[in-house]
Design a binder for this molecule. Structure first.
Ligand code: G16
Length: 542
């Protein structure tokens, strides 16, 4: 039986960079999750008879909201829902299922790399029929609906047991609970030379993968240990937990420090990697080297043809604006397209659908390809392994060889977290006001060649996104980018992205700190970061 429940709008349900993210207690307010879910059902396109995929990263509150989403789908005329067993689906696996099953879309419950648990973060994101995050037109329509909502519909009866794989019914709706790993692992086998990787591992290639107590554990156990024959113990922290073992499932040098220490130490394996809460991000390491996400994108793009799924070559590359220009140098040399988009995977969808690009990536530890419409952590790990197996070189040799061929983009991102929101917005406004007069100004040895607030016109549908980050470019190509994160849940997070290109191989062995020192100091002078945020140092450098 369908029950209609009266509700009132919440003013704060505007999706950010990647869906709606808030603290768990905020989501636990009466009707909060239901309002957003109903707005998705009302605003998103759903052809009659179509299916919806539902799953999440297993964090606290995941299973509860999935049961509610299933009951609401049954009350909103959805013909079928496809749900990951125990509510688990990594974000790329959900994207794959939407595509494979030709679903109308998917509801993904995740706050990605943000911490979990009763006081942690939670999120709801809607993906469209191509498997990718809803574009701004759709998220705007959902938001608009949240502002006028007066009731939601829910099936008055329990959702099926999420632990049992199989098909059942809830009212007129079919509920299929699926193994979350099987289809995804099968897709990976079509892209990579599993035989070659297995042989390399059998011949002594050693690796560790840190699943950070998050969703990739089951995927990594199946693919790396069972299918590729890596020894048991290769996957660390491989059992998903509701609070990620009390940690912060963000694969960077701060939050994955134990893995970094292992790779820098005397017992380092050849290759190390980690993924985040929902399995779409990745960190790549070799013995003695951390590969920046921007470099990883460039190396993967330059070598993708070594994997069977990309043997014909890649059509083009897309990167988010703050991501370093390393990939651009690969595109230029290979005469393929390069696209610069705003931050947010949703901006890659049209380019991938149109076949303009094959590989995409972001400085925020995301890389992926046209195999799904999300970034994909394990995909990046497998492509790296395929390249290592083909080239027979170490990670450091491959990266250093890449710099020698294409030049090195020294790069670092500084995050100032939980900054006072008004102060952060004033900092950005102050920068914007000065843009017009910046060109020609000198800071130490640096001279500004151009300064703007990035805006993007989608080449496929013509939609325009403005205010996507302040860029200060210096003669010689170095640059500083300032923007506010769209994924934080407390105050504001200021991100400052610093980059310097160095063509000369004789200067490729500087420390990043050394290479970027003057730019970092200049970022503070231009942005007045210390003065306006009260912070002497960033919280995280990635
Ligand atoms: C999301 C988006 C990414 C974006 C990242 C950081 O990743 O999907 O495209 O780069 O947030 O965004 P921001 O700088 O606005 O915080 P995830 O892994 O959190 O879903």
């Amino acid at each position: 039986m369908i029950r209609t429940v009266a509700t009132k709008p919440f003013g704060d349900q505007k999706p950010g960079t990647s869906g709606l993210r808030k603290k768990v207690p905020h989501f636990q307010q009466e009707n909060y999750a239901e309002n957003f879910l109903q707005s998705i059902f009302d605003a998103a396109e759903r052809p009659a008879g179509s299916a919806l995929v539902i799953g999440g990263d297993g964090r606290f509150f995941n299973a509860e909201v999935i049961r509610r989403a299933i009951r609401m789908a049954a009350a909103n005329g959805v013909a079928k829902v496809i749900v990951g067993q125990n509510g688990i689906l990594s974000t790329p696996a959900a994207s794959n299922l939407i595509r494979q099953r030709k679903a109308a879309g998917g509801i993904i419950l995740s706050a990605s790399h943000n911490p979990g648990g009763p006081d942690g973060d939670f999120g709801i994101k809607y993906n469209i029929a191509n498997g990718g995050p809803a574009p701004e037109g759709v998220t705007e329509a959902i938001y608009k609906r949240t502002q006028g909502i007066s009731e939601y519909r829910i099936w008055d009866g329990d959702a099926p047991d999420l632990s049992v794989v199989g098909t059942s019914r809830l009212g007129d709706m079919e509920v299929e609970i699926v193994d979350p790993v099987a289809d995804y692992a099968a897709l990976m086998e079509t892209l990579f030379d599993f035989g070659k990787i297995r042989a390399a591992i059998a011949n002594g290639l050693t690796l560790r993968f840190d699943a950070m107590h998050a969703v990739t554990g089951p995927y990594a156990h199946e693919i790396l240990e069972r299918r590729l024959g890596a020894p048991v113990g290769t996957v660390l922290n491989g059992v998903p937990s509701e609070d990620f073992g009390g940690g912060h499932p963000d694969p960077n040098v701060v939050w994955a420090a134990p893995l970094v220490d292992l790779l820098m130490g005397p017992t380092a394996p050849d290759f190390g990697a980690a993924s985040d809460g929902d399995g779409d991000r990745n960190m790549i390491l070799g013995r003695g080297i951390v590969v920046t996400p921007s470099d990883s994108l460039a190396v993967l793009a330059a070598n993708a043809h070594l994997a069977p799924g990309y043997a014909k070559g890649i059509a083009g590359i897309a990167r988010s604006m703050p991501t370093s220009g390393a990939a651009d140098r690969v595109a230029k040399k290979r005469s393929i397209g390069i696209y610069e988009t705003p931050t947010g995977w949703k901006f890659f969808g049209n380019l991938l659908d149109a076949g303009k690009v094959t590989i995409c990536g972001e400085e925020s530890a995301g890389t992926g390809s046209d195999h799904v419409r999300e970034k994909d952590g394990l995909w990046a790990v497998l492509l790296w392994l395929n390249i290592l197996a083909e080239r027979g070189q170490s990670v450091a040799e491959i990266v250093e060889g890449h710099w020698a061929e294409f030049g090195r983009n020294y790069y670092q991102r500084h995050d100032y977290e939980e900054v006072d929101k008004a102060a952060a917005e004033e900092l950005m406004d102050h920068l914007r006001q000065r843009l017009a007069s910046m060109a020609g100004q000198r800071f130490g040895t640096l001279v500004v060649s151009e300064a703007d607030d990035f805006s993007y016109k989608d080449p496929i549908d013509g939609s325009v996104s403005t205010g996507q980050g302040v860029r200060i470019v210096f003669s010689g190509g170095s640059r500083i980018v300032f923007r506010l994160s769209g994924t934080g849940t407390v105050g504001a997070t200021l991100r400052v992205y610093i980059e310097r290109f160095e063509p000369d191989p004789a200067r490729h062995d500087l420390s990043v700190e050394e290479a970027l020192r003057e730019l970092v100091e200049t970022a503070d002078v231009i942005g007045e970061i210390r003065k306006r945020t009260g912070r002497a140092e960033p919280d995280v450098r990635t």
